[in-house]
Design a binder for this molecule. Sequence first.
Ligand code: ADP
Length: 891
Amino acid sequence: MGRNKDALVAGNVQSRSESSELTPLMIQYLSIKEEHKNDVLFFRLGDFYEMFDSDALEVSRLLNLTLTHRGSSPMCGIPYHAAKIYIARLLRCGKRIAICEQVSEPNGKTLTERKVIEVITPGTALESEYLDGGANNFLACLCVQKGRAGFAYIDVTTSDFFATSWYEADMAENFSKELGRSHPRELLLPQSLEKNEIIKNALMQNEEIAVSYYPDWNFDQSLSYKRLLSQFKTANLQSFSLDEKSPEVAPSGFLLDYLQKTATTNSPHVTGIKVYRDSQFVIMDDSSRRNLEIVQNLHDGSSQFSLLECLSHTQTAMGKRLLRSWLLYPLTNCDEIHSRQNHVELFTSNRNLLEYVHETFADILDIERLAGRIAMERAHAKDLQALKTSLAAWLQVRSQLESHGFTRTEKSLAEQIVSLINDSIIDDPATALGEGRIIKEGWSKELDEYRRIHDNVNKILEDYAEEEKTATGIQNLRIRNNNLTGYYIEITRGKADAVPPHFILRRSLTNADRYTTNRLQEIEKQIGEAELKITETEKALFLAVRAKIAEHTAYLLQTAKEVAYTDVTSALAYAALLHGWVKPLVDNSKHFVVRSGRHPVVELHLPSGEFVPNDIEISAEKTDDDGVLPYFALITGPNMAGKSTYLRQNALIALLAQIGSFVPAKEAHIGIVDRIFCRVGASDNLARGESTFLVEMTETAYILRTATEKSFVIMDEVGRGTSTEDGLSIAWAVSEYLLNALKCKTLFATHYHELTRLNHPALKLLCMDVSEEADKITFLRKIKEGASENSYGIHVASLAGVPQSVIRRANEILGSLHSDAALAENGVNVGNLQTAQSASEKTLEKSLAMPGLFSDEELVLDEILSSDPDDMTPRQALDLVARWKKSLSGR
Ligand code: ADP
């Protein structure tokens, strides 16, 4: 802090409430700040949290707060009671906030003791104000040791804890894939990875994640192993598929350590970890996931116009989170998919039940996070009430579902928790202990007794006021109280003469005086005692109720999972009925057959009935006589004809089928796919210094290296980012490789018509139908067998409003290109694309050079404008005019 430090210690910064403590206070501040260099320090001074120096500069900019200066030191502050709003905003900016509180009472003599009681970070925040109800709040960690990378992430609010691993050599694909789908709010990394280019690149794509680095010794394998054992209270980690050497151990252990040390969060409800392997879910690299716009759109990153939007009929926060995770982790296990499908079908075939669940679930709050808050001793009385109403609603629904395998938990335990809360907590309790009533009458004899005294004391107070009114004859005598003076008798000035001598004057106001009496002080003491006892007893009783419920945390978390599952399956049923989707046949074959398939998102945003459904039939299965079926569809057609939509709709149908959902089609047979690749369009990644073409080729390389026979590949316009010759050659070679080496189901859209000359038994030619009547061209959006004959690019240019003169000229050039290309083609071997292509490129050059590219008028005008009459003899001028006349009169 250099100069600022001096300024602070010299007393340039004054507190709003403790100016007398100035210099020692700032020394105290600086020593605490030294410990929290990476955090924004909220330094409590009276009723404010103050920030100084660089913290003040940054926070005032981020939160638009007024920056004040004392001497050369900037400062800004926020009232402590409004802190949550500001903290939430800072967390969204990826900041960590250290809350420094006054831990001793200010006595005016010595410096109030201060301590950081909590560090709130984006990935460890617990309060609902800081969380997005519909998404998990993951804190993640990556470690690399001995050539293996381990990645773990935890949402401490819900107890979801996951880990996976991969070989260091596969870092590029895996890190961005895992980061993209887990989407953590905060990521912890060892310092040795700070300069790693792959990690840096992936983080550049995810700038909203708060990243911090820690010395490598923190990520100790054996210490982490012990931490996990003690957290899960097990003798080994076999049941979690982990051992002492598993790469997942170090990052998982560090996460627990971080939660405890940094965020001072004990998380007894975290009792296990799910270690998963890639093969359990459909593998989708980060760019395929983004391109398919599954949970967010490419345009602004919101869920509008994404697949999630079409399915968003969940009623609870837990369901919303689960739906998201289903979409990001589609299944590869047939039985699991069937089980989900059957539950969806139960609702589609029983609409009354669906309606009932849908309505009742509207009353269910976030049981999962409530259970977490209870286990972490953070829940207040209103949280318990929320748990009660939620469990009661779930109990109603579950009795209707019991025979259908939605629930395995014991009903009676939920009933017991509901009655416990019902009997102990009042219906609309105060939030904080000591701020009002919490415990119901009849729950504790002891508490009822204190309340009786307390209420009686109040009565005594009223009686005493009556007594004094009669004795003094002062009818408007009132007994009041405030925090400062406590109880007092207020008498207006006009009655001052009637005030008896045993009244002791406390304060004089403009219109009234305030008195006390010995009797009043005695009553006040009784009230104070009773109030204290009530608060103390209420607190103890409340904590006992909460602790009792906390014993059932595992049960509550399991119930939350059942609620979420029911919510998601019913939401999928709701979407299926609303949009007219069908249950697909999902099996372990390699077929992919869809009749009347639709793109769920495009259809949703088009007027009803305008979306044109399309079929697809490809299969990587062998025929009975060991021949091949078509598994590679080459799709040609003009721009804007609907190729991309067709490609994506089929990838989305595969994905929907594998999350257990119904699909937008009349009929579908989906053989389970292990990976979905979606290479669509060209997207520059200039921030990373990569050109469109390099990105395109990197993604293509990834597909060619990793696709298997069970994969589903959609490729749109591969090779577009380079010269025509290069691009066509690459597209050709990539197609051959997919056809001959990988043999996976592929939809390949291209504008290179030459590709349709590919000859392979597994190749199927499809094109988008176009109707040409007179001069009118209509895109029918209908897929049909065969190759497209025309690219209609000029038609699209015209639709886009390119001036008609340019369109006319483009048509002229196209005409001459076609006739020249036809000539060239006659002399060219059909397989020899290089030559064919060069011929058409040469034609273009010729065409551009040929006379007639500019009109005579334009040429004359150009000469007039470029001539200089001052620099001409009369003879030269005459010659020029003659030449112009000649060239124009030849028209
Ligand atoms: P291409 O990839 O051939 O350039 P797109 O798939 O981008 O074409 O489609 C262009 C537009 O046509 C889309 O914005 C969409 O609104 C519309 N469209 C595509 N397919 C259909 C369809 N099957 N039915 C109705 N409209 C469609």
